[in-house]
Design a protein around this ligand. Structure first.
Ligand code: PLP
Length: 437
């Protein structure tokens, strides 16, 4: 069955869903016109929809699955915990096991606090930085997505017509963002050392932290220059602010996450996605003295943090199983898979005569329909004709049997075979022909 089809079961589900869910589902990111495709199940690296159509899954729940769907070790870990009770309401050993694994893998992390989403992980990091420094402001990069906490959403989208007016303005993403939030967020240009450092110095006395994703997906999925992250490290030390790495996505880049590759250590790091083994998860970790803001052992902590389902043992056990499968050899293979697909996509653009390229690193890539060098949010921003080609490509890929995010993001997973990778590249070639038409 090709998409869209009036007889599709997904269309029927969408029509039904609109009566109880705004727009027919719970997540803006998965909304599609004329209807969104509903999943029936996932198996390995494939998702099968309600009409029985199987597609190679290059979304992997927006990068949060690294072992595909229903991996036997993860199913077993989660089911074993379910049999012991899913939420005993007391701490469990599973929480210590996963905390020890993460502290053991990420050198800058001495202590961990679990939560239920990457959004909460970032929110807790920003609140911890404010509690620790006693300062109100945070800085983040233009176009970088850090979840839906209102401070973290500031300047997620800026308008091209404002780009000639000096440093990026702090603009709301969602309607209803209070002015006080905008006043306390400084927006930094990504991969621009002078621009970022001068803003950090200008706001230094009020700045609690600088929040940075070393490879921000929405801002182009371009790896930060090492010198840029080093400059943020030095400038934050100089003004007494904390450096926070958002590794909710980039933790899937290597055994110890992103920090060993860039050679920069953060004061606080946020985690989520893959470390929950397919269940909702978040975690904030970092230096013991900063993480002490969460410590209730001497009375009310500087930052009381709750979360009825935080450190849920089903999540912890599935997360542990997922992380244990990720040894150095697994990352080497994922890196090689990513290299193959990025090179194949670049080659497909050349062969098709369509302007475009792939960015990314490790098992992550993003497909850009532009011949500009992509370095940041602004250079990644598509014009109307480019966006039209991207939309046609996305639609064609669906009908070629490959799921990717509509904005060009792809995440690879360990169950993918060489044949699957070849099938992805064949679909990309066919998709580019469709985008040209
Ligand atoms: N930080 C980054 C870098 C993300 O990509 C995301 C989600 O995509 C988040 C934070 C928020 O995570 P969650 O969707 O689990 O709230």
């Amino acid at each position: 069955m090709t998409y869209p089809d009036p007889a599709s079961r997904s269309k029927a589900a969408h029509d039904r869903a609109r009566a109880s869910l705004p727009g027919g589902n719970t997540r803006t990111t998965v909304f599609m016109k004329p209807y969104q495709i509903y999943a029936e199940r996932g198996e390995g690296c494939r998702v099968i929809d309600l009409d029985g159509v199987a597609r190679i899954d290059c979304i992997n729940n927006f990068t949060s699955l690294i072992h595909g769907h229903a991996h036997p070790a993860l199913v077993e870990a989660a089911c074993a915990q379910m049999r012991l009770g899913s939420a005993p309401g007391l701490p469990t050993l599973s929480e210590i096991d996963l905390a020890e694994l993460l502290c053991g893998r990420v050198a800058s992390v001495d202590r961990i606090r679990f939560s239920n989403s990457g959004t909460e992980a970032v929110m807790n990091a920003l609140k911890a930085a404010r509690a620790f420094t006693g300062r109100p402001k945070i800085a983040k990069c233009e176009g970088a997505y850090h979840g839906s906490y209102d401070y973290a959403e500031v300047s997620l989208e800026t308008r091209p017509e404002t780009w000639t007016q000096g440093p990026p303005a702090s603009v709301p993403y969602a309607k209803g963002t209070p002015q006080g939030v905008l006043d306390d967020v400084v927006t930094l240009p990504f991969n621009d050392i002078d621009g970022a450092v001068s803003l950090i110095r200008a706001h230094g006395a009020d700045l609690a932290c600088v929040l940075v994703d070393p490879m921000p997906n929405r801002a182009g999925l371009v790896p930060a220059d090492r010198a840029y992250l080093q400059a943020l490290r030095e400038a934050t030390r100089e003004v007494g602010a904390l450096l926070v790495f958002d590794e909710v996505i980039s933790f899937r880049l290597g055994y110890g996450g992103a920090q060993p590759f860039w050679g920069v250590e953060a004061d606080l790091t946020t985690f989520g996605k893959i470390m929950g083994g397919g269940f909702p998860v978040g975690a904030t970790g970092g230096r013991a003295d900063v993480m002490a803001v969460f410590d209730p052992s001497e009375g009310k902590p500087a930052l009381p943090a709750g979360g009825t389902f935080s450190a849920n043992p089903v999540t912890m056990r599935a997360g542990l199983a997922a992380m244990e499968l990720l040894d150095h050899a697994a990352f080497e293979r994922l890196d090689a898979m990513g290299e193959k697909i990025r090179a194949g996509v670049d080659e497909a653009f050349r062969k098709a005569g369509v302007p475009g390229c792939a960015t990314g690193k490790g098992s992550l890539l993003k497909i850009h329909f532009t011949d500009r060098p992509v370095r940041d949010y602004r250079s990644a921003h598509l014009g109307a004709a480019e966006a039209q080609r991207q939309a046609a490509f996305f639609r064609a890929l669906l009908n070629e049997g490959v799921l990717m995010a509509s904005y060009g993001l792809m995440a690879l997973s360990t169950p993918m075979t060489d044949d699957d990778l070849d099938a992805i590249l064949a679909a990309v070639a066919a998709g580019l022909e469709a985008a040209k038409a």
